[in-house]
Ligand binder design. Structure first.
Ligand code: 5AD
Ligand code: SF4
Length: 344
């Protein structure tokens, strides 16, 4: 049954909820390789074999929110908090540029000290001084903020929907609503940003039905980038005793996302590497086409502990030469272009 489904997915990109659940249910090794191979083939056909890079700078680990899964949640008093200043951020951006990576991602917790106008000024300065493609990932903000970010020169925005189950979303993100998240995503899209969304795989309370809804939502939103990574329990959060997400389920979700959306940019996330060494390369072999090396300076990077083990895999992160070597082994090369979504 999965063979027919796969053929349908490869040729049309259309799968319904039942189809997706069927694919996520695959466990038999041969059927699993067929799913991964199909996603790899679709990736090759639509976005080629090159890997695009985005250098990430995590400029503040302060957060006003209380997401049950995240180490940056405001109740976590065990975390050393930091904010990078403008010069430090600019220096990190220059470092990324020096490595010929054309895109930078500015990410932080929802830190109210970095106001909308402040972030807009930062974007303007970086754009002026470096000419780089700028991606922001600074959470839910007002329409005015988003508009100012766009006018200041930001090109892309990442805002993962996290889970498409509204009730689970509300439980895991106290005081927040999925509908508001989706509203932000549609504002961002309307303003002209390339938009990224995504989920976590293996959240406590998540079912295959929820994952199927995540995937259908990613497609329905017409997102340009999809971040899919396993949940990893953080010892200093209320979910400390929950089980981690599973590598195969993460890879299956990623593979189906590629089958459904064809031309999206899909990173092989750090979390995938953290739950399973080698996970990043496996993600690249079943649909992913982007790697995001971490350029947060040593001394700060350790503090951006969203989940445990994250910083250990990020020493300049994957140094570029090491990455190149690993990619060579799986027959892939790096493309140093900006890597906007190819329009089908
Ligand atoms: N495990 C895995 N990913 C997490 N994130 C937050 N907490 C965790 C965790 N415990 C992810 C969320 C968020 C991104 C910045 O990090 O998906 O969007
Ligand atoms: Fe803050 Fe984002 Fe972590 Fe939630 S997931 S606590 S909003 S950094």
């Amino acid at each position: 049954m999965s063979e027919l489904l796969l053929r349908k997915a490869v040729s049309t990109g259309e799968l319904d909820r039942e189809d997706i659940i069927g694919l996520l249910n695959i466990e038999e090794p041969e059927a699993l390789s067929r799913l991964f191979r199909s996603a790899d083939e679709v990736r090759h056909t639509w976005v080629g074999s090159e890997i695009f890079l985005r250098g990430i700078i995590e400029f503040s680990n302060y957060c006003a929110r209380s997401c049950l899964y995240c180490g940056l949640r405001r109740e976590n008093r065990l975390l050393n908090r930091y904010r990078m200043d403008k010069d430090e951020i600019l220096a990190a951006a220059m470092e990324i540029k020096k490595h010929h990576i054309p895109t930078l991602v500015l990410q932080s917790g929802e830190d109210p000290v970095f106001t909308g106008p402040e972030i807009a000024r930062l974007v303007e300065t970086i754009k002026r001084d470096t000419g780089m493609i700028i991606t922001l990932s600074v959470g839910e903000r007002s329409f005015t903020d988003y508009r100012d970010f766009y006018n200041a020169g930001a090109d892309r925005y990442l805002l993962k929907h996290e889970t498409a189950d509204g009730e689970l979303y509300g439980d895991l993100r106290p005081g927040n609503h999925l509908s508001e998240r989706l509203e932000c995503l549609s504002l961002l899209k309307a303003l002209g940003f390339e938009v990224g969304t995504g989920n976590m795989v293996g959240l406590p309370g998540q079912t295959l039905e929820t994952l199927a809804d995540d995937l259908l939502l990613m497609k329905r939103l017409g997102a340009d980038m999809l971040g899919i990574g396993p949940f990893i329990a953080h010892p200093d959060t209320p979910l400390r005793d929950a089980a981690n997400g599973d590598l195969n389920m993460t890879l299956k979700t990623l593979a189906v996302a590629r089958l459904l959306t064809k031309t999206t940019n899909i990173p092989a996330t750090t979390a995938t590497e953290v739950i399973n060494p080698g996970g990043r390369l496996r993600a690249l072999a079943c649909g992913a086409n982007v790697v995001m090396p971490n350029f947060t300076p040593t001394g700060y990077k350790e503090g951006y502990a969203i989940y445990p083990g994250k910083t250990a895999t990020a020493p300049g992160e994957t140094t570029l030469s090491k990455l190149r070597k690993n990619l060579g082994i799986i027959g892939r090369t790096i493309n140093f272009a900006s890597g906007f979504r190819v329009k089908p």
